[in-house]
Structures are given as structure tokens and as C-alpha cells.
Design a binder for this molecule. Structure first.
Ligand code: ZN
Length: 176
């Protein structure tokens, strides 16, 4: 976990989104978290929470297990550490598009922006109907559209898609 900033970084000038350079940097870091999770025997998914300044990493989390995905665990931890108004200006970065459970957790956690590297449907192409990853193929935008608040979604990101896909291709092919 990154060093805890004090005071908390506030919204920079306005609530504009991150730059492409910031997106690439944070997704690469999330992919490192995914590899760390894999090294401890978990599936290679990683997520980070970035402050409204688009620079400060507040939390990071790898996959735990089938019902404790990186994003859901991270969001639950975030809601115990930060207030909802602050979280609304934060960004969740995740290597792969969040599943329906994680998108809903983000919704209830009030994190206002999402950036993902690889789409869920692309992941499904890589894993196939893998018994350890029976993909719930619902686009996260569909989940958010049913809600009452406008969560900004950015992704997939072409610049890092292949790096993330490579991690999954190696992992799921070896675990068939
Ligand atoms: Zn999930």
C-alpha cells in the first residue's frame, strides 16, 4: 500500500479525468499487483484506488478468491477508510473490466470513476469457458446505466491491453 498522504489530496483544478500518461502508469501498476497476487497463488487480477489528484495511490488490492475479487475487496476497504464524497472524486483502476458484482460494489461504494485495461469479453476469449473463471459477461457500463448516478468509465486502453492480455494468456493456458 502506498504511503498514506496527509492531508488527503483534493480535486486538482476541477473534476476532469486523468491524462493518458496517468492512465497508463496506474494500469501498469495494477498489473504489477495482479502479478503479485498470482505469485501468492491467486488469479492475476489487480486494482488500485487513486486520489482525485490522479497521482496518489491510496490503496491497492489483488484477487483473493472467487467471491473476493480485487475490485470488490478494494472498494469495501476504501469505504471503511474514506468518506463517500471524497470517494466520488477518486478513480478505481483495474486491469480487467469489473464483473457485475464488482461494478455494483463500486456503485454502492460511490467511487465516481473507473478505468480498466482489458475488456471482460476479451478476457473471455483468452480464458474460454474456464472452470476457474466462468466469466459473467455483462459490460460494466450496462450495470452503471441502471443506476441513479453517472459513474465515468474509461476503457479498454489500447496502450496496455496487450500487456494485461499477455499475463492472462500465460496464466489461463497453463491452468487448463
Ligand atoms: Zn469482480
Amino acid at each position: 500500500m502506498a504511503e498514506f498522504p496527509n492531508p488527503l489530496p483534493k480535486v486538482s483544478i476541477d473534476s476532469e479525468g486523468p491524462t493518458l500518461a496517468q492512465i497508463i502508469r496506474h494500469l501498469r501498476y495494477a498489473n504489477q499487483i495482479a502479478l503479485r497476487a498470482q505469485s501468492f497463488g491467486h488469479h492475476p487480477f489487480g486494482a488500485t484506488l487513486v486520489a482525485p489528484d490522479h497521482e496518489t495511490t491510496l490503496l491497492s488490492q489483488g484477487n483473493v478468491d472467487t467471491v473476493n475479487h480485487a475490485e470488490s475487496v478494494l472498494i469495501r476497504s476504501a469505504t471503511t477508510n474514506f468518506g463517500p464524497d471524497y470517494l466520488w472524486d477518486c478513480t478505481l483502476y483495474t486491469t480487467v473490466e469489473p464483473c457485475a458484482m464488482c461494478a455494483a460494489t463500486q456503485y454502492w461504494g460511490n467511487v465516481g470513476r473507473l478505468v480498466y485495461g482489458l475488456s471482460e469479453s476479451r478476457l473471455l476469449e483468452l480464458t474460454g469457458n474456464h472452470p476457474e473463471n466462468p466469466t459473467l459477461d455483462v459490460p460494466c457500463r450496462e450495470i452503471f446505466q441502471r443506476g441513479q448516478k453517472a459513474i465515468a468509465v474509461i476503457g479498454p486502453i489500447a496502450e496496455v491491453e496487450m500487456e494485461i492480455a499477455n499475463v492472462h494468456q500465460a496464466f489461463w493456458q497453463n491452468s487448463h
